[in-house]
Design a protein around this ligand. Structure first.
Ligand code: GRF
Length: 215
């Protein structure tokens, strides 16, 4: 069974979705550890209650980005993961770190990339007046919120939406597509070809685009 390590910075609801999928027998992975860069991350408590090893490396205790990322990689590698899963990990990663985990580092981002990389994606979607918004799981590359797309889910932007209602609609889909993406990885069904992801298996192409709530 594949080993995964999950990195968080806060609430950890995506991490919880992964744990729940594993517990439901839908995600055949060993969650070896959950690591946070913030000691007060609520998700750390959730993970340890679920019996998962937790570690905290407070980035403020390190001289700079390189030093922190080197320590983080050492901490991660002690668990020998096949895949590292960024789940609300709010740090910009160094190129060395990203290179070290090339092809085995996932991120989830709350927009339909390449639209709205960076922060405040829901408010920016509202400000732009887009009618479709969503979330993306992608392989991480050195460029922030870029990299080969594994799966996306789309949701409508409704007239009465505010940041809260829109982010809640997107989050429901995040919790759906992240376990799916990790499962494909664990089953060896993902292939990177010229910077694009190919998913093998029946219905894979349509499954990589989730459009649940569009009218
Ligand atoms: C999610 O919206 C995720 O896409 C983004 O940060 C948020 C983390 O939420 N990268 P949680 O900690 O998983 O609840």
């Amino acid at each position: 069974m594949k080993n995964i390590v999950i990195l968080i910075s806060g609430r950890g609801s995506n991490m919880e979705a992964l744990i729940a999928a594993r517990d439901a027998g839908q995600l055949p992975v060993n969650i070896a550890a959950v690591i946070s860069n913030r000691p007060d991350a609520k998700g750390l408590e959730t993970a340890s209650q679920a019996g998962i090893a937790t570690r905290c490396l407070d980035h403020k205790a390190y001289a700079g980005r390189e030093a922190f990322d080197a320590a983080l990689a050492e901490c991660i590698d002690a668990f020998a993961p096949d895949l590292v899963v960024l789940a609300g990990f709010m740090r910009i990663l160094t190129a060395d770190f990203v290179r070290h985990y090339e092809g085995r580092l996932f991120n989830i981002h709350p927009s339909l990339l390449p639209s709205f990389p960076g922060l405040h994606t829901h408010q920016r979607a509202l400000d732009e007046g887009v009618r479709i918004h969503g979330c993306t799981v992608h392989f991480v590359t050195a460029e922030l919120d870029h990299g080969p797309v594994v799966i996306q889910a789309a949701v409508p932007v409704l007239d009465g939406d505010d940041e809260d209602s829109l982010s809640a609609r997107v989050l429901r889909q995040e919790h759906r597509i992240y376990p799916q993406a990790v499962r494909w990885f664990a089953e060896g069904r993902l292939r990177l070809e010229n910077g694009r992801v190919r998913v093998s298996g029946e219905m894979a192409e349509s499954a990589a685009l989730v459009v649940p709530e569009l009218r």
